[in-house]
Ligand binder design. Structure first.
Ligand code: PGA
Length: 245
């Protein structure tokens, strides 16, 4: 089973979100080989949930706070996302790590809060171009994976590998780079935690589109894709979902 996850980021006013959700509902059919998830901005979650009713598409949040509730102005708890119909939540996206100074310890607390609220966190890791050029890719990814994924997560674990230099740039890692990098992280993580293969999905993200999704999804270490820009175009996202076979 492969995950096809759409991260709408900070895009989607009511009318656009409604139109996009409507098109996804009309075009995405049940298929046991994949799980489709969309992560719209929080204000439109209830509307998107209504628009997708009956479709084989799950909802996810884009971030959550580590606390259950309280005086955290502007933040959203995992329980609030679950209450709005979410089953998943992205945590530790590089746009949060870089733009909001989030570190592994915080990401781990968020992932733990997600698990407690009954959500499955999609925990993002990824190296910058400077780190890759300095030959530090695996060191960075292992550190992020080991420190951002809480040991208390006792069900399914989803890690999304998104090279920072591939996000929104049109540059994708080559299939060889993805397989080599993800394969190494996957094996090291399974070994370190003593987990069975089936407990862990490692998704790839970074300029995934209809044209490259099939080849990426066919890689053995790839448990799915996390799609940003192309998830805002119904035709592209549906074609990516259709690339699972
Ligand atoms: P992109 O974004 O597909 O636009 O590169 C991916 C992501 O940031 O999740």
């Amino acid at each position: 089973m492969k995950y096809i996850v759409g991260n709408w980021k900070m895009n989607g006013l009511t009318a656009e979100a409604q139109a996009l959700a409507g098109e996804l509902k009309s075009n995405i059919r049940e298929n046991a080989a994949r799980k489709v998830v969309v992560c719209p901005p929080a204000p439109v979650l209830p509307m998107v949930q209504g628009a997708l009713k009956g479709a084989p598409i799950f909802l996810g949040g884009q971030d959550c706070h580590y606390a259950e509730k309280g005086a955290y102005t502007g933040d959203i708890s995992a329980a609030m996302l679950a209450d709005a119909g979410c089953r998943y939540v992205i945590v530790g996206h590089s746009e949060r790590r870089v733009g909001h100074g989030e570190n592994d310890a915080l990401v781990s607390r968020k992932a733990e809060a997600a698990g407690k609220a009954g959500l499955t966190p999609i925990i993002c890791i990824g190296e910058t171009l400077a780190e890759r050029e300095a030959g530090k890719t695996l060191e960075i990814l292992m550190r992020q994976a080991f420190q951002s994924v809480p040991k208390s997560l006792n069900e399914e674990i989803i890690i999304a590998y998104e090279p920072v230099w591939a996000i929104g740039t049109g540059k994708t890692a080559t299939e060889g780079e993805i397989e080599e990098t993800q394969g190494a992280v996957r094996q090291a993580f399974l070994r370190e935690r003593g987990l069975e293969q089936s407990r862990l999905s490692v998704l790839y993200g970074g300029s995934v589109k209809a044209g490259n999704a099939g080849a990426i999804l066919a890689l053995p270490s790839v448990g799915g894709v996390l799609v940003g820009g192309a998830s805002l175009i119904a035709e592209e996202f549906c074609a990516i979902a259709a690339a699972v076979n």
